[in-house]
Design a protein. Structure first.
Length: 182
């Protein structure tokens, strides 16, 4: 099944029926590797991992009520940085869960960990730094995000290694020059 169809199905049906979560909870979604998820080597394509991570993040913030509060204020999340490590391939027909949790916050971003799990074993793990923007333009500060969502972003500081990772992979702001020089 195409990832966009999967997204529509999961987000329309699942979020309305799934139990609510607290922002500190681990969200879990179950999937099965589809034929359209495969690459030429017959395992799940690396881009599909990232797309299903998107679905799992939306599921988590929807079930916590954060998504609705952000929508009321014209705020939406964007991925600022992400990385993923693979331990084992996922193959056609294989069932897996994605576990998603918010790790913490710093002055600029929210940080999440996402795990692909089969039979209780991690097969891949990703980390995401997310920023928040206004639909009318501009960046939402984490302080303002906390006010909008009701989440105390100061209560969960991001681990130092995640902050260092985000700084190491960051690109200059949109307003700064970023020449492609090898």
């Amino acid at each position: 099944m195409d990832i966009l169809l999967r997204a529509a199905r999961y987000l329309r049906i699942r979020v309305s029926k799934a139990p609510s979560l607290e922002p500190t909870d681990v969200g879990r979604m179950s999937f099965r590797v589809q034929l359209s998820d495969l690459d030429e080597l017959r395992h799940m394509n690396n881009g599909v991992y990232l797309s299903t991570m998107d679905l799992a993040r939306v599921d988590l913030i929807s079930r916590t009520g954060i998504w609705a509060r952000m929508q009321e204020h014209g705020v939406y999340p964007v991925v600022a940085a992400q990385t993923i490590s693979y331990r084992r391939s996922l193959e056609l027909g294989q069932r897996y869960d994605i576990e998603t949790r918010i790790v913490g916050y710093d002055a600029r971003a929210a940080y999440l960990e996402q795990r692909f799990v089969v039979d209780g074993e991690i097969v891949a793990r990703g980390y995401v730094a997310g920023r928040f923007l206004r639909r009318r333009g501009g960046v939402v500060s984490m302080e303002e995000l906390g006010e909008i969502t009701g989440v105390d972003v100061t209560a969960h500081p991001v681990p130092d290694w995640m902050r260092e990772w985000a700084a190491a992979v960051a690109l200059p702001s949109r307003k700064a020059s970023a020449p492609s020089e090898w």
